[in-house]
Ligand binder design. Structure first.
Ligand code: C2E
Ligand code: MG
Ligand code: MG
Ligand code: MG
Length: 279
């Protein structure tokens, strides 16, 4: 009997898996069309300096509103884009839009804001990633020091030497490098020691669970470690006054989260900056 059930549950699993594959294939096809149709947009989430109280940077985040499927979250389409290779054109689009937007603020005489762009392994492993990035900076007129690329530990696991060489090259030109979602991966400390970095972004889960003493202790230690390595430390996912106070007390340098602002469409960024008194 057990054997028969085993077989049946295997078939069930198989069918579920197959459905999953079909769905992601479908999503992939939609995404390919969406990229061509210009359905992908870039939103910007402010990062606020703890001591200055001012917006210091914006993180660029991809958004997809499909006329047929509705709003699809990056949590769904980014993995599909990564698996299919569509992350390369998608990432290029985000990078260009982000640089153009930041350069535009600067050109309007507004205080220069840095823009942070998430970069996937597939993108970084493109032979011409550094060149393309530098060309985008040149074409948009954005100073290299106003661009920060955000990578995660997953990005690094694939091909550490090549990735860090590319990052080193960009950094020599003035581009900044941030390690995103810090604390969630496996070999964080090795990466910290061996990577050319400017910024450490403490993963949201540590801030959200800030009531747990264990989390508080670890967060403080991560911040201290970042500072001792000469890095700027960003707290992600600050949603409440309690989170903000904790990030402050743990001595994070920069705060990002719904508490200040959700990711905003480009046309709302200026209004946000002026409300903050930053214009
Ligand atoms: P991430 O790079 O860690 O980006 C931060 C995510 O946290 C964003 O989710 C942001 O909307 C969300 N967030 C910000 N503040 C808060 C908060 O206070 N509370 C909560 N609960 N969430 C907050 P989003 O935009 O859904 O993106 C999810 C992930 O998708 C990103 O995580 C990043 O890994 C990836 N992603 C987004 N855009 C791109 C892109 O252009 N390229 C690549 N390669 N990945 C991207
Ligand atoms: Mg990020
Ligand atoms: Mg993150
Ligand atoms: Mg994340």
């Amino acid at each position: 009997k057990a054997k028969r059930e085993g077989k049946r549950s295997f078939r069930f699993y198989d069918a579920a898996l197959q459905e999953e594959v079909v769905k992601s294939r479908e999503l992939e096809n939609h995404l390919r069309d969406a990229l061509e149709a210009g359905e992908l947009e870039v939103f910007f989430q402010p990062q606020v300096g703890v001591s200055s109280g001012r917006v210091e940077a914006l993180e660029a985040l991809a958004r997809w509103h499909s006329p047929t499927l509705g709003q699809i979250s990056p949590g769904r389409f980014i993995p599909v884009a990564e698996r299919s290779g569509l992350i390369v054109p998608l990432g290029a689009l985000v990078l260009r839009e982000a640089c153009r937007f930041a350069a535009g603020l600067e050109a309007q005489g507004l205080p220069s804001l840095r823009v942070a762009v998430n970069v996937s392994a597939r993108q970084l492993l493109q032979e011409d990633f550094a060149e393309t990035t530098l060309r985008v900076l040149e074409e948009t007129g954005l100073a290299p020091s106003l661009l920060e690329v955000e990578i995660t530990e997953t990005t690094l696991m694939e091909s550490f030497d090549r990735v860090s060489e590319t990052l080193r090259h960009l950094r020599e030109k003035g581009v900044r490098v941030a390690l995103d979602d810090f604390g969630m991966g496996y070999s964080s400390l090795t990466y910290l020691r061996r990577l050319p970095l400017d910024t450490l972004k403490i993963d949201r889960s540590f801030i959200v669970d800030s009531r747990r003493e264990g989390n508080r202790v670890i967060t403080r230690a991560m911040v201290r470690l970042g500072h001792d390595l000469g890095l700027e430390v960003v707290a992600e996912g600050v949603e409440t006054e309690e989170h903000r106070a904790f990030a402050d007390e743990a001595e994070c340098d920069v705060i990002q989260g719904y508490w200040y602002s959700r990711p905003l469409p480009p046309e709302e960024v200026r209004a946000f900056l002026s409300r903050q008194g930053d214009l």
